[in-house]
Write a protein that binds this ligand. Structure first.
Ligand SMILES: O=C(O)c1cc(C(=O)O)c2c(n1)C(=O)C(=O)c1cc(C(=O)O)[nH]c1-2
Ligand SMILES: [Ca+2]
Length: 694
């Protein structure tokens, strides 16, 4: 009967522990608790992958970044889309079963550093768990998408957001949050899957008021912060958000979490020493922390970037595996955080085993035997107070895009990139807890016209590659060069294959052993999400949620990649099988509005002030240089440029807040808002001249 079928599909501890051998299904974000993203399925393999064809596709109703890993449970596919919506489809036919919209207020977008994305769901019993952009944990009936309860997990008056997938360990739902570009204090928490009660909360950084009654791990952390500026009054929350990675070792009963960057980035403002420059390691920023899932009790930590000041998060994918290293079988934890080093740690103790650059790095020359980086003093910008070009930059050598592991090859596949960045310390910076990218660097420094110095240098380093990293030999076995950075997450299979989407709008299959490209599909859009695989009725499928977006797409795409057409967003689920014959709708041409700004007549100081405000409040979504992207408007082409009143109605009054453009009246005066308009007009004219000279 229907009821029996339902109770059979109930997800319990045993089923989640067995996820790795449950080939039909994909039960948790990283496929298993070790987050290996390896499926043993081999019906689709190196011999027949050339016959892979589209089985079905489904268009999404959100044209923003799509980053989710779908879950597949007994023939039904569940996934999240931009704006934290949830969809359920028949995994064979593509029939839509239900959709759930948490109705996140549009203006929440202003709190999201990196697009209104969501990375996925967790399941327990007959339910799904979703974290919404505005910080709610929502429990849904899996059959119908009906809400059972929802809990607010953050202070919604602050700039917290949730983009990451929850995980479930034995009836406890684990959820983190983001917001370290906006002044928050990071933590993650466990909720009871039944009642929705918060069971414990683990703060990753001190509040600034620690005493003997505070948890010991926080007292220890407090000793590594200086200057007494932390605290909610000061608006300096310290950061350390847990916005993506978690992994679990059931035998050791340890939960591992990845901790993010400092808030603000510039350490001299959040942890000043006596001379006013940055001081202290600032635990537990940029660290991997092991805790007991039952209680949230601290067990060990390893800090990848002591005294973080470059947005070098350690929230990147944490993967567990057992490897033979120098003749000994070791239980390891692996991570390729933003800072450009690939780490192998002993996951029982946190002991450092190895750390080697997987992309070019200039902020450190290596890692010493104690696991501490050997820094390059020129890139220590919170000490020098001078701009520096740092590699990797804030996008990292690797961002949230999941890696994958192939146990037979002993390889970790890394979606890596080179994207160096100029960090120019901002003098007299003050926190603005209301609005704006609040980091203590003048992000306009990267915003010089394309023919000038730094900008060209930075653009020259923008590349991406798929690296098959051997964590024992500590070097790549093979690499595939991509057209640009920000390529998709990975899947490895028992068929000897690795699947990856690209910024170049392809979805590809590679030979897992050699990197040879064996199959390619024209996806019509940049693909950033990771693929999955599953079977229904004995037939194997590969699925990926396509749709360009995320941090790089909003804040760097467009003009910097002049040589190429802008990457498009077509938000769509793509599902493949051997012999699939479905076709995509014809590709729609994007018509670009001509670049035709009004003349630039404002005084130079007005334009300069506007440029400064733009960098602080606008650039993170509308891109440096106001070039926009295919995801958010190119302001140089805005029809309101020569209409002061219309510009104020949007930026000051919040006319478009439901669509994601919040009001900035709390942070900027009407005059400042108009100066931004004048600066955008100036920028548009610069580019118009350049275009006509070409
Ligand atoms: O510090 C934070 O709290 C935080 C949060 C997030 C997020 O939640 O998406 C990102 C980042 N930082 C970040 O630094 C980053 O590069 C990034 C990229 C993305 C994305 O989804 O494309 N999110 C985030
Ligand atoms: Ca960050």
């Amino acid at each position: 009967s229907c009821k029996e079928a339902m109770s059979e599909s109930g997800i319990n501890a045993e089923r989640l522990l067995g996820a790795q051998t449950d080939n039909a299904n994909w039960l948790t974000y990283g496929r298993n608790y070790e987050e290996q993203r390896f499926s043993p399925l081999s019906d689709i393999n190196t011999d027949n992958v050339g016959e892979l064809g589209l089985a079905w596709s489904a268009d999404m109703d959100t044209a923003r970044g799509q980053e989710a890993t779908p879950l597949v449970i007994d023939g039904i596919m569940y996934f999240t889309t931009a704006w934290s919506k949830v969809k359920a489809y028949n995994a064979v036919t593509g029939e839509e079963l239900w959709t759930y919209d948490p109705e996140v207020p549009g203006e929440t977008a202003v709190k999201a550093c990196c697009d209104v994305v969501n990375r996925g769901l967790a399941t327990w019993g007959d339910h799904l768990f979703l974290g919404t952009l505005d910080g709610r944990l929502v429990k849904l009936e899996r059959d119908t998408g009906t809400v059972v309860w929802e809990k607010v997990t953050v202070d919604q008056d602050k700039s917290y957001t949730v983009t990451g997938a929850p995980r479930v360990i034995d009836g406890k739902v684990l959820i983190g949050n983001g917001g370290a570009e906006f002044g928050v204090r990071g933590y993650f928490a466990a909720y009871d899957a039944g009642s929705g009660d918060e069971l414990w909360r683990f703060y990753t950084v001190p509040a600034g008021d620690e005493d003997e009654s505070s948890p010991e791990y926080l007292q220890k952390a407090a000793e590594t912060w200086s200057g007494d500026v932390l605290g909610s009054e000061s608006g300096i929350g310290g950061g350390g958000t847990v916005w993506d990675a978690m992994a679990y070792d059931p035998e050791l009963d340890l939960l591992y979490i990845g901790v993010g960057n400092g808030s603000p980035w510039n350490r001299s403002y959040r942890s000043p020493g006596e001379d006013g420059t940055g001081e202290g390691d600032n635990l537990y920023l940029s660290s991997i922390v092991a805790v007991r899932p039952e209680t949230g009790e601290y067990v060990w930590h390893y800090q990848t970037t002591p005294g973080e000041t470059w947005d070098f998060t350690a929230t990147q994918h944490i993967m567990l595996a057992d490897l033979e290293i120098e003749g000994t079988q070791r239980k390891v934890l692996m991570q390729a955080p933003k800072n450009g080093f690939f780490y192998v740690l002993d996951r029982e103790t946190g002991e450092f085993i190895s750390g080697d650059p997987y992309v070019p790095v200039n902020w450190a020359t290596g890692i010493d035997e104690n696991g501490r980086p050997i820094e390059n003093p020129e890139t220590r910008i919170d000490k020098t107070g001078k701009p520096a070009l740092v590699a990797p930059g804030a996008l990292g050598g690797h961002n949230w895009h999941p890696m994958a592991f192939h146990p037979d090859e002993g390889l970790v596949y890394i979606p890596a990139m080179e994207a160096a960045m100029v960090y120019a310390p901002e003098a007299d910076w003050k926190p603005d807890t209301n609005r704006g990218f609040n980091v203590g660097f003048d992000l306009a420094a990267g915003d010089l016209p394309p023919d000038e110095g730094f900008r060209r240098e930075v653009a020259g380093t923008l590349t991406g590659r798929l690296i098959a990293w051997d964590p024992v030999a500590q070097k790549p076995r093979w690499t595939v060069e991509h057209e640009g950075p920000w390529n998709g997450g990975l899947l490895a299979t028992g068929g000897g294959l690795v699947f990856q989407g690209t910024a170049g709008s392809e979805f590809n299959a590679y030979n897992a052993a050699t990197g040879d490209k064996l199959w390619s599909f024209a996806a019509q859009t940049g693909v950033v999400a990771p693929p999955i695989t599953y079977t229904v009725g004995g037939e194997q499928y590969i699925a990926v949620l396509a749709g360009w977006g995320g941090a790089y797409a909003l804040s760097v795409d467009g003009d910097l990649m002049k040589r190429k057409a802008p990457v498009r967003n077509v938000s769509r689920m793509l599902v493949f099988k051997i012999g699939g014959t479905a076709e995509l709708p014809a590709e729609v041409e994007v018509a670009q509005i001509p670049l035709d700004p009004p003349p630039s007549r404002a005084a130079a100081d007005v334009i300069a002030a506007g440029g400064k405000s733009y960098a602080r409040y606008c650039a993170v979504c509308h891109a440096p240089g106001a070039v926009g992207s295919t995801v958010l408007p190119d302001l140089r082409r805005s029809g309101t440029l020569d209409n002061k009143a219309a510009w104020q109605s949007v930026v000051h009054d919040g006319l478009l807040k439901d669509r994601g453009m919040a009001s900035f009246s709390g942070s900027l005066t009407p005059d400042q808002i108009d100066a931004i308009r004048e600066w955008v007009i100036f920028r548009a004219n610069q580019d118009k001249v350049m275009a006509s000279e070409q």
